[in-house]
Design a protein around this ligand. Structure first.
Ligand SMILES: Cc1cc2nc3c(=O)[nH]c(=O)nc-3n(C[C@H](O)[C@H](O)[C@H](O)COP(=O)(O)OP(=O)(O)OC[C@H]3O[C@@H](n4cnc5c(N)ncnc54)[C@H](O)[C@@H]3O)c2cc1C
Length: 405
């Protein structure tokens, strides 16, 4: 049986970020995932990163590398089908000069993997966690894979995504929300220079968003997130490229007649959400999608999950510096308490906004839906987040200030 101080199940963006944040503390960390380290990323989509996420990557020393593949969002144009006019939001008052940044999910995965391959004290294991029980020394995990069949750890962190095996094994109840919608992600290109403009248009069936992404000379590229009913999504996914492009242009009221899909397939994601009733069980802590999965059009899931990771990294680093074990029960209580307000607030507001999709479109709905996909990036909410950042609303981790935990 292998032994370590901390096991992290799931090497997605959350688990990988946590492993990197804690590397160098002198802990033996094992990061477990059924996918081989460095395997080709799947499910490419465009992520809108909030200022706090950028700071967290800055704390890892990763932001300069990510920035070369990231695109700033400098303006947001919001419109609603059936209503004339458009709201334009400019990022002039932002100290960073942008509402936030977009980044392709595979770019992020590749950058994190590159760092993990050199990280001190982090070992990557290709296996699936299939069993979990507490033991006198912490927890014992059962693994399915080519390596060891069991692993002893003082503590395990579940970063194993929405259908977290560990959360289920620990019997932590969840509230589930089935939105009955599908998100289609793709990339499109148009002529002309990239302008840093994100476009979002609201429809009775759901919003469609185009997020600016890094482009070649003389072209503007966008990541598409199109929310549709299951029937409509099935039809859209089956369309030849030209017909899909025409349907997308029509969805934007004919505004983008020249748009073309880039090479690569359209990817679809069923939209469901969940929230775990607790973040802890003896020996176990949940982070990111394993703790809460949000509707992706709110553009919040990873941003919130990275804040779970940053707060947990602070607590573990603090405990280790005081000579305590990562398995200390007080650490679990402190983590649960520190994350309560942020996750209740964001999960609740995302769900509330999503519910408005079903409402009759109108000025009130349009106003409240404004910039839904980019919610964290918009001025009124950004002011609220800035208050958070000043420590008025919640504990702000060192990583959210760009500092190592
Ligand atoms: C279309 C779409 C658009 C989105 N846009 C945004 C956005 O703009 N901004 C934003 O902040 N968020 C966005 N999100 C949400 C974001 O993608 C997720 O919140 C984020 O990927 C969650 O990361 P994670 O590491 O928690 O989970 P995951 O990325 O799901 O990773 C979980 C990992 O655990 C591994 N695993 C699973 N089971 C086991 C097991 N038993 N043992 C070991 N390992 C296991 C998996 O192989 C995987 O590598 C979007 C999501 C979608 C679908």
């Amino acid at each position: 049986m292998s032994a370590c101080d901390l096991a992290i199940a799931g090497a997605g963006p959350a688990g990988s970020t946590l492993a990197l944040a804690l590397s160098g503390l002198g802990l033996r960390i094992i990061l477990i995932d059924p996918r081989a380290p460095g395997a080709t990323p799947i499910g490419r989509r465009t992520l809108a990163l909030s200022a706090s996420s950028c700071k967290i990557f800055e704390a890892l020393g990763l932001w300069p590398e990510l920035l070369s593949s990231a695109s700033p969002i400098e303006q947001i144009h919001v419109s609603e089908a059936g209503h004339s006019g458009m709201t334009r939001l400019r990022s002039g008052e932002s100290s960073r000069g942008a509402f936030g940044y977009t980044l392709a999910s595979d770019r992020l995965e590749i950058a994190l993997q590159g760092r993990l391959s050199e990280a001190h004290g982090v070992e990557q294991l290709q296996a699936r966690v299939s069993g979990f029980e507490t033991s006198s020394g912490g927890v014992q995990l059962s693994l399915s894979g080519d390596g060891p069949a069991t692993l002893q750890a003082e503590r395990v962190v579940a970063a194993d995504g929405s259908e977290s095996t560990l959360r289920q094994l620990a019997g932590i109840p969840v509230q589930r929300y089935d939105y009955g919608q599908i998100a289609i992600a793709a990339e499109v290109v148009m002529g002309g220079p990239q302008s840093g403009i994100a476009y979002e248009r609201f429809h009775r069936e759901g919003p469609v968003a185009l997020l600016p992404i890094v482009s070649g000379v003389g072209e503007a590229r966008f990541g598409l997130v199109w929310t549709a009913t299951p029937d409509e999504a099935e039809r859209l996914l089956a369309l030849p490229n030209a017909a899909f492009e025409a349907a997308l242009n029509a969805r934007f009221g004919g505004r983008f007649p020249g748009l073309k899909l880039t090479a690569g397939s359209r990817v679809s994601f069923p939209l469901s959400g969940l929230k775990a009733e607790r973040l802890t069980a003896p020996g176990l802590l949940l982070v990111a999608n394993a703790a809460q999965t949000l509707h992706p059009v709110a553009g919040q899931g990873l941003n919130l999950g990275l804040r779970d990771v940053a707060v947990l990294a602070d607590l573990i680093a603090g405990a280790v510096r005081q000579g305590e074990s990562p398995g200390s029960p007080t650490l679990g209580q402190a983590y649960e308490a520190a994350r309560k307000r942020d996750r209740n607030r964001i999960a609740g507001s995302s769900r509330g906004l999503v519910q408005l999709f079903g409402a009759e479109p109108g000025p009130v709905v349009a106003g409240r839906n404004l910039g839904l996909h980019l919610m964290t990036l918009l001025p009124p909410l950004r002011h609220a987040f800035a208050r958070y950042g000043m420590g008025l609303g919640r504990r702000v981790s060192r990583m959210e200030r760009g500092l190592a935990p």
